[in-house]
Design a protein around this ligand. Structure first.
Ligand SMILES: Nc1ncnc2c1ncn2[C@@H]1O[C@H](COP(=O)(O)OP(=O)(O)OP(=O)(O)O)[C@@H](O)[C@H]1O
Ligand SMILES: [Mg+2]
Length: 334
């Protein structure tokens, strides 16, 4: 029914042995990404993994890169506004929903302040060249923030609550895309610069300090560093969340294939919302049968990955207490 994927590249032998518990308890793991299809429990699992990390004493930041945020709902606390917020009732835990509009304004202001004539000229030139079109602003802004947090030494660990697969794939293809885009821009700048200094020398103008190009160069280096970190299984783990239903399996296949091409390490899948046994309820029994059949396929397909099963609760998962409970299931303590 499903196509088998080769996921074995994703981790070298010792890291491959990493269960969810090992990920949480391994202080070297700096970045955890929680991802998967819409509505499967990505935010709840990101929240739970962040709570577990903070409870262990790691200074932890949980960030939502999903433009349709629900981290605030999950923590039952307002985390919107694009600023890092202290999470109530927890030591060592901070949260933030990335505000892409605010980020875009900040970026434009930065460019405006450091703006230069040849930067503008190059942008116009690039704008007219289809192959050099700038990536979508939502993802670019989320990625910009991601870069910032990946370089932030204030936190021991950053847990990213990502958007449903499509958006997240666009986000994760950005490092390669931006790297090549910035490379072209910088080459063009070199050519323009030679031309401009020729002109300036001719007209007797002074050489201006140009921060925008320096900024681009720095950004390019940050992107390279993030790309390396994202592919390092000693630093990064992408935890795939899914439910035992055919549509989620198909989407997980696509997600794993892309993560595979970018060498983003995956060793764990969380299969969420498993209907518990209840012989008195026909509806529950039917759903359970369907889910168990899919679970068997999932186990076959991903026999080289750790699979953690999470039951469907009879209530929503909201607030620290609930997230702690989910966390205990994730690390096998309940
Ligand atoms: N095991 C579970 N049992 C009961 N409810 C759950 C379970 N897992 C998640 N939920 C609930 O399902 C809803 C969706 O969960 P969550 O927001 O974590 O999913 P998501 O994958 O982040 O969704 P989105 O794609 O919209 O971001 C929430 O109301 C959450 O409380
Ligand atoms: Mg979510």
């Amino acid at each position: 029914m499903y196509t088998k994927l080769n996921t074995s590249h994703t981790a070298s032998a010792p890291v491959h042995e990493m269960t969810l518990r090992d990920i949480i308890f391994n202080d070297d793991i700096k970045f955890i990404l929680s991802g998967g299809k819409g509505g499967v429990g990505k935010t709840s699992c990101a929240g739970a993994m962040a709570v577990l990390s903070a409870q262990r004493g790691l200074r932890t930041l949980v960030v939502s890169t999903d433009p349709a945020h629900s981290l605030s709902d999950s923590f039952d606390q307002n985390l919107s506004g694009g600023e890092i917020v202290d999470i109530d009732g927890m030591d060592n835990l901070w949260g933030m929903e990335i505000d892409t509009e605010k980020g875009m304004k900040e970026f434009q202001e930065q460019l405006g302040q450091s703006g230069s004539a040849d930067m503008e000229m190059a942008s116009q030139f690039l704008g007219g060249t289809e192959s050099m079109a700038l990536p979508g602003s939502d993802e670019a802004m989320a990625f910009g923030k991601m870069l910032e947090f990946m370089a932030d030494t204030n936190f021991d660990r950053v847990v990213f609550d990502t958007a449903p697969t499509g958006h997240t794939l666009k986000l994760l293809e950005l490092p390669d895309l931006l790297d090549s885009w910035l490379g072209k821009l910088l080459t063009l700048r070199q050519r323009l610069s030679a031309m401009m200094s020729g002109l300036k020398a001719f007209f007797g103008g002074a050489e201006e300090q140009d921060r925008s190009w320096e900024m681009l160069q720095e950004t390019k280096e940050k992107i390279r560093a993030a790309r390396v970190a994202l592919a390092d299984p000693q630093l990064t783990q992408f935890v795939v969340v899914m439910i035992p239903e055919a549509m989620a399996v198909f989407e997980t296949q696509r997600l794993l294939a892309s993560l595979n091409t970018w060498s983003i390490p995956v060793t764990n899948i969380i299969v969420n919302q498993l209907v518990p046994e209840n012989p008195d309820c026909r509806f529950c029994s039917n759903r359970r049968r369907m889910q168990q059949a899919n679970l068997k396929d999932i186990r076959d397909l991903y026999h080289d990955l750790y699979i953690t099963e999470v039951p469907l609760f009879d209530h929503e998962i909201r607030g620290i207490e609930e997230l702690t409970m989910l966390g205990k299931i994730l690390i096998g303590e309940e």
